[in-house]
Every structure is written in structure tokens, then in C-alpha cells.
Design a protein around this ligand. Structure first.
Ligand code: PBG
Length: 339
């Protein structure tokens, strides 16, 4: 037999049993690092499933007690809020209205569970009549006047009780503008998680149904990043950190694992990865067709995002992941506990 005469390394020794595989596993998932996005809409009694995102719902504020209770049971400790306002206008007034949809949702959540970490997405696209991320000058989003709106929005979220504000607009200078406005308004303790490396991605399609934020014309390529660029992502991240960001994000996640990995090597702040709507929709569609094993594929994807270097994962799969982690630790506890 040839194997007895040659020399090679036996990697399979440590892979033989689940116990050994658990022991030498390099990457572990925890419910602590999951952030669950919520779409809050106006009206009452609304619990609308988003057609392109099975299992994801637009919720009115009166539905929040049930939602928060479910998250608590699952051990999910953070949410990311998006709002669907009743009316939209050219100046995105609903974004920074003291009684806007997100501001009211923050107060409602904090009244139910003070401990839940409430992160708010700060952007204008859900609030403008044209669906663009800021004030238009012709067909272009005008950077500098838009900064004022973003800063006002961030302050109004902080005033309503948001724990973290997360700018997703990709205007230049937004982190500096928000930091200044927050500090001036007495919110020096409110952290900024910036969507620093956010790409102009086709993977946001289903989100725009969920958040009703499809631009009426054109796209977002004049401010979101070109998918072909990686070095530029590090410049964006460095700029946001210089402007005062406390944590940064790479978005989308799975098609940009190299960017996450590169950011991990370069920056020592918490890195979030956004496993976006299109990534979710693809997995759900294939799973519902019976073409893939949903649990395996989702857990493998989450592990990959962490292995690449992300600390936090924003994902619509969060509830399922939490359930599977609970089931796994239940099995583990049983199998190692007394018979
Ligand atoms: C902007 C925003 C978007 C997403 C998060 N914040 C949409 C966009 O940039 O067009 C996308 C999230 C997803 O696809 O899950 N408010």
C-alpha cells in the first residue's frame, strides 16, 4: 500500500467527530453580534409581508410590542430602524420631524424595552417625493445642503432615544456634519456607525420595495461606490473615522468579503457587515423551491461574513439564526450534561 510509504499530513484526524470539530472551530457565531432590521410604517394594525422578502414584514407602531417580545425571547439585542412616512416631500421633512415615524418608533420601543439597542438608519431616500437621498439640484443630489438635513435627522433620532445613528446616504462629509450637530445639541455620547463602504448595488432591489425608496429616475451611482473599487473603500472608511465615526460598515456583505477582510486588517474599530435584501431574497427563493438547505446555507454565509472579519452582522435572517443557535446550544448542553 502506497500510503504507508509516503509522508503526508492527516488533516482528517481532527475532523472525525462533531465534538472534535467543535473543539478546533476557528469562527463562532453568537446572537450578540446580530442586528435585526425593522421597517416601521404609518397607520395601525399593519403587518404586511414584503413580497420579495418572505418572512420580513412592514409593521405599524402598534405591532411593536409583539415584535420586541419575540426578539427578546430569541435573545436578539439590537435593531436597525427604517421608516415609511405617511407623506413625502422634496425636503424629506418626515426624516427630521420630531414626531416622524422613526422618532415615534424609537419612543415606542424604548417604552417597551429600554435595554434593546436601537440603531437608526439616517438617509432621506424614504422621505423624499422623488426617492433620492437628498436635495436635488437638477437631477443630481446636492451634497452640501443635504448635510444639514442629515444632521437634523441624526439629532432628532438621538433626542427620541436612539442609541446609535447610522448614516447610509453616502454624502461626503456627513459624519463630520452629524458629529458636530450631535455634540452641539448635547448628544456627545451618541455613537455613529457609518455605512462607510456602501456600494451602488443591484442587491438592494427588494429593500426598495420594503422601504418604498426606489428613485423616481436615475440611480445612486453618483454617491454610492463603484462595485469595482476596493482601495477607495479604505479611503472612505479612513475619512469617516477621521470625521468621528465610532464603527464602520461594509455593504453588501457576501459579494464584498474581500473588502471586509481588507478593512479588518487596516482598522481596529468595530466593523459591521450588511447582509442585504437581495442576498436574503436569493436564499429565500431557492429555499422555498427546495433547491438548497436554508439553514446550512444561511449559517455558512453568516460564518463566512464573520470569518472575513466582521464583528457585527445586520441580517434579515437574524431571527432564524438565533433560533438555530438556540437549538444547537440546547443539543450541545444535553449531550454533554448528565445522562
Ligand atoms: C438607504 C438604505 C438602503 C439600504 C439600507 N439603507 C437602500 C439604498 O441605498 O438604496 C439597503 C438595505 C438592503 O438592501 O437590505 N436608506
Amino acid at each position: 500500500m502506497i500510503a504507508s510509504e509516503i509522508s503526508f499530513r492527516r488533516f482528517r484526524r481532527l475532523r472525525r467527530t462533531e465534538g472534535m470539530r467543535r473543539l478546533v472551530r476557528e469562527t463562532r457565531l453568537s446572537v450578540d453580534e446580530l442586528i435585526y432590521p425593522l421597517f416601521i410604517t404609518f397607520g395601525g394594525g399593519v403587518h404586511n409581508e414584503v413580497p420579495s422578502m418572505p418572512g420580513v414584514f412592514q409593521l405599524s407602531i402598534d405591532q411593536l410590542p409583539f415584535e420586541i417580545e419575540e426578539l427578546r425571547r430569541l435573545g436578539i439585542g439590537s435593531v436597525l430602524l427604517f421608516g415609511l412616512p405617511e407623506t413625502k416631500d422634496e425636503l424629506a421633512s418626515g426624516a427630521y420631524d420630531e414626531h416622524g415615524i422613526v422618532q415615534e418608533a424609537i419612543r415606542a420601543i424604548k417604552a417597551i424595552d429600554r435595554e434593546l439597542v436601537v440603531i437608526t438608519d439616517v438617509c432621506n431616500c424614504e422621505y423624499t417625493s422623488h426617492g433620492h437621498c437628498g436635495i436635488l439640484n437638477g437631477e443630481e443630489v446636492d451634497n452640501d445642503p443635504t448635510l444639514d438635513l442629515l444632521a437634523r435627522t441624526a439629532v432628532s433620532h438621538a433626542a427620541a432615544g436612539a442609541d446609535i445613528v447610522a448614516p447610509s446616504d453616502m454624502m461626503d462629509g456627513r459624519v463630520a456634519a452629524m458629529r458636530h450637530a450631535l455634540d452641539t445639541a448635547g448628544f456627545a455620547q451618541t455613537p455613529i456607525l457609518s455605512y462607510a463602504a456602501k456600494y451602488a448595488s443591484g442587491f438592494y432591489g427588494p429593500f426598495r420595495d420594503a422601504a418604498d425608496s426606489t428613485p423616481a429616475f436615475g440611480d445612486r451611482r453618483s454617491h454610492q461606490m463603484d462595485p469595482a473599487n476596493k482601495r477607495e473603500a479604505y479611503l472612505e472608511i479612513q475619512a469617516d473615522l477621521d470625521e468621528g465615526a465610532d464603527a464602520i460598515m461594509v455593504k453588501p456583505a457576501l459579494a464584498y468579503l474581500d473588502v471586509i477582510a481588507g478593512a479588518r486588517e487596516r482598522f481596529d474599530v468595530p466593523i459591521a457587515a450588511y447582509n442585504v435584501s437581495g442576498e436574503y431574497a436569493m436564499v429565500k427563493a431557492a429555499a422555498l423551491n427546495g433547491w438548497i438547505d436554508e439553514q446550512r446555507v444561511v449559517m455558512e454565509s453568516m460564518t463566512a461574513i464573520k470569518r472575513a472579519g466582521a464583528d457585527l452582522i445586520i441580517t434579515y435572517h437574524a431571527k432564524d439564526v438565533a433560533r438555530w443557535l438556540q437549538a444547537e446550544s440546547g443539543v450541545t448542553a444535553q449531550s454533554v450534561g448528565p445522562a
